[in-house]
Design a protein around this ligand. Structure first.
Ligand code: IFM
Length: 451
């Protein structure tokens, strides 16, 4: 067995990273509109005010997607573009923009996958405590219902949240991302709980309002991989992947997925964190754990583990000296696209879609006018081979979304990292398909047989 016949090949983006038009057509402010303007927060002081100007160039961008042969396109909606205050009055021009984009995609035979939230939280709701507010799940549910009513006649694939670990962890614990706060666990734990309630409430709304909807969730967490083929090392990797420690809980896999997928918090985490959960948290698990059609997962890198004679029963191995790295310094570990899906499928028993995977490189347009990125092609080839092996070993894989369709605003790194299949010259907004985009097209055409 290889990739299934109806396997979906796509690429992904997110609103703040590409849209621009930050202050146009009635859009409200997001926490990123504010944070990116705070001196010292973002490399070289870059902001997403203009980004890739996709808001105005969406039709050209869909043409490029078509040229790459994409079957699906994953993008996110900017919540305050639709609801400038986060709730209440709707911005018609925001709805119109996404309608134009969705129609253009469908006209070109590209299936839209809509992410409701990829980090550009309404600034107006931030002023009311954001995810710490007990009403936050209700606000998100109302927003999801608006999106369902506006787009659900044509969009059937929805993802509730992108990488809750990162917008919660970097937004509210390390302060590296918007809104830039550093809160203690007594605030962070109930906030994470509310975020998962929001996921559940939005899923319920989508199911009620969109006939034949398919709903997924897109968390992340670096897979733990066994260092050898010994069964005890496999068990060590499994345990390391799903254990939740007191220090590492906010970026862990299981704290953010067990409640959503299994309807329970992992015991290893409860030992340290139950004290901070809101009263009646057990009751909320019913709302949090809604049936899902697919389990999305963003995977870029993994770490090796072996069995150890210590309290945990495992230990992490250092990566080899000189391990290849991407421009952003993430190690290249292709096997994570085998072990991640395999161990997640074993635990959650839900079909998997890789909702993000890719690499940053410091790509440039060469004298011949092309963008030569053999490193991206090699990275993709290796990772996709590992992913294919997971399919061959029985993991139910529905699709793959490359991160990203085009170079874009890499959050605190500004425009200094390039993750795209399409090169963007930010001064002129000129797009150039990279060599890897043409190669990805051949992967799509052969459904991965040319890997
Ligand atoms: O650019 C981000 C994306 O927004 C979320 N996942 C990781 C990508 C690369 O850092």
């Amino acid at each position: 067995m290889s990739f299934r016949k109806d396997f979906l090949w796509g690429a992904a983006t997110a609103s703040y990273q590409i849209e621009g038009a930050a202050f146009e057509d009635g859009k409200g402010l997001s926490v990123w509109d504010r944070f990116s303007h705070v001196p010292g927060k973002i490399m070289e002081g870059h902001t997403g005010d203009v980004a890739c100007d996709h808001y105005h160039r969406y039709a050209d961008d869909v043409r490029l997607m078509k040229q790459i042969g994409l079957q699906a396109y994953r993008f996110s909606l900017c919540w305050p573009r639709l609801l400038p205050e986060g709730k209440g009055a709707v911005n018609r021009k925001g709805i119109d923009f996404y309608n134009r984009l969705i129609d253009e995609l469908l006209k070109n035979g590209i299936r839209p996958f809509v992410t409701l939230f990829h980090w550009d939280y309404p600034a107006a709701l931030q002023m009311q405590g954001a995810w710490e507010n007990p009403d936050s799940a209700k606000w998100f549910e109302e927003y999801a219902a608006l999106c369902a009513r506006a787009f659900g006649d044509r969009v059937k694939d929805f993802i509730t949240l992108n990488e809750p670990q990162v917008f919660h962890g970097h937004g509210y614990a390390t302060g590296f991302h918007a809104p830039g706060l550093k809160l203690p666990d007594i605030s962070l734990v109930p906030m994470a709980h509310n975020i998962m309630k929001a996921h559940g409430a939005a899923t319920r709304a989508l199911r009620t309002l969109v006939p034949e909807v398919r709903v997924g969730y897109a968390p992340c967490a670096n897979p733990c991989m066994p260092a050898t083929t010994a069964p005890e090392d496999l068990e060590a990797a499994r345990k390391a992947y799903f254990d939740v420690s007191e220090e590492g809980w906010a970026f862990s896999a299981a704290w953010w997925s067990d409640p959503v997928m299994l309807g329970s918090y992992p015991e290893s985490g409860l030992r340290h964190l139950e004290q901070h959960l809101p009263k009646g948290w057990q009751e909320d698990l019913k709302l949090i754990c809604q049936p899902l059609d697919f389990y999305g997962q963003n995977i870029y890198q993994g770490r090796y583990y072996k069995a150890a004679d210590n309290a945990l029963g495992y230990e992490q191995l250092p990566l080899p000296v000189g391990v290849p790295k991407t421009a952003i310094q993430w190690p290249i570990t292709p096997e994570c696209l085998y072990w991640g899906p395999r161990l997640l499928y074993e635990r959650y028993k839900t079909p998997i879609i890789i909702t993000e995977n890719g690499l940053s490189a410091h790509d440039a347009v060469s004298l011949d006018g092309k963008v030569h990125d053999p490193n991206r092609q090699d990275f993709l080839n290796r990772y996709l081979l590992a992913y294919k092996k997971a399919a061959e070993d029985g993991v139910d894989l529905l699709g793959y979304f490359h991160w990203s369709l085009m170079d874009n605003y890499e959050w605190a790194h500004g425009y200094t990292e390039r993750f795209g299949l399409i090169h963007v010259d930010y001064a002129t907004q000129q797009r150039t398909l990279k060599d890897s985009a043409y190669w990805y097209r051949s992967v799509i055409e052969s459904n991965g047989e040319n890997l």
